[in-house]
Ligand binder design. Structure first.
Ligand SMILES: Cc1cc2nc3c(=O)[nH]c(=O)nc-3n(C[C@H](O)[C@H](O)[C@H](O)COP(=O)(O)O)c2cc1C
Length: 180
């Protein structure tokens, strides 16, 4: 009798540990971001704190210098790249197992009212099909609306959620948004 009871207890214990592992996996959040000058990186860090998510930085093979980012200069790297929307700046290949995550936040600075094409490089390199992807951004004033519209159009197989501009938001405000 004691043996049966012990076996039963062991089954329940192993079962609930497996269940706990499973729900842990289901709740895993990845906060992916690109940031050229640090503002979106700060927003991503706050978002990771608010959600308990893990951070993943999209790193271009070649970092953008301040000359590269001069949007008034038609010869600058960002200007040239962003005016050829098929261009895909190379990114560093880093290990990330997308299968581990159900929800992916995807953050970027707004460039010419859309997401920088380095974000497209990331989306096309990693399989986001069927995942819930929630865009976030920082900007000098533009809303995130057009950036999200263009991403939805380019990648209809991704389950896009409404995005949010996180300009100046603190961890608490970000937490309120994520739990809305
Ligand atoms: C090349 C370039 C283009 C930009 N275009 C816009 C824009 O269209 N609208 C806007 O509000 N801000 C624009 N900005 C400002 C950035 O979106 C803003 O400074 C952002 O917070 C920078 O984020 P980061 O520090 O993570 O790179 C632009 C900045 C750069 C460098």
């Amino acid at each position: 009798m004691k043996k049966i009871l012990m076996t039963l207890l062991a089954v329940v214990f192993v079962g609930s540990a497996a269940f706990a592992r499973q729900s842990e996996k289901q709740n895993r959040v990845l906060v992916v971001y690109f940031s050229a000058t640090g503002t979106t990186a700060q927003a991503a860090e706050k978002l990771a704190k608010a959600t308990g998510g893990e951070l993943y930085e999209i790193e271009p093979e070649k970092r953008y210098t301040s000359a590269d980012l001069d949007w008034r200069d038609k010869q600058s790297r960002s200007y040239v790249e962003m005016h050829d929307l098929k261009y895909r700046p190379a990114i560093k290949k880093k290990e990330v197992n997308m299968a581990d995550y159900d929800t992916v936040y995807l953050g970027f600075p707004i460039w010419w009212n859309i997401a920088p094409t380095v974000v497209n490089t990331f989306i096309e390199a990693y399989d986001l099909k069927g995942k819930t992807v929630i865009p976030f951004a920082t900007s000098g004033g533009s809303t995130i609306d057009n950036s999200v519209k263009e991403l939805k159009k380019a990648y209809p197989a991704v389950e896009w959620k409404e995005g949010k501009l996180l300009n100046g938001m603190d961890v608490e405000a970000i937490r309120r948004w994520t739990t809305d």
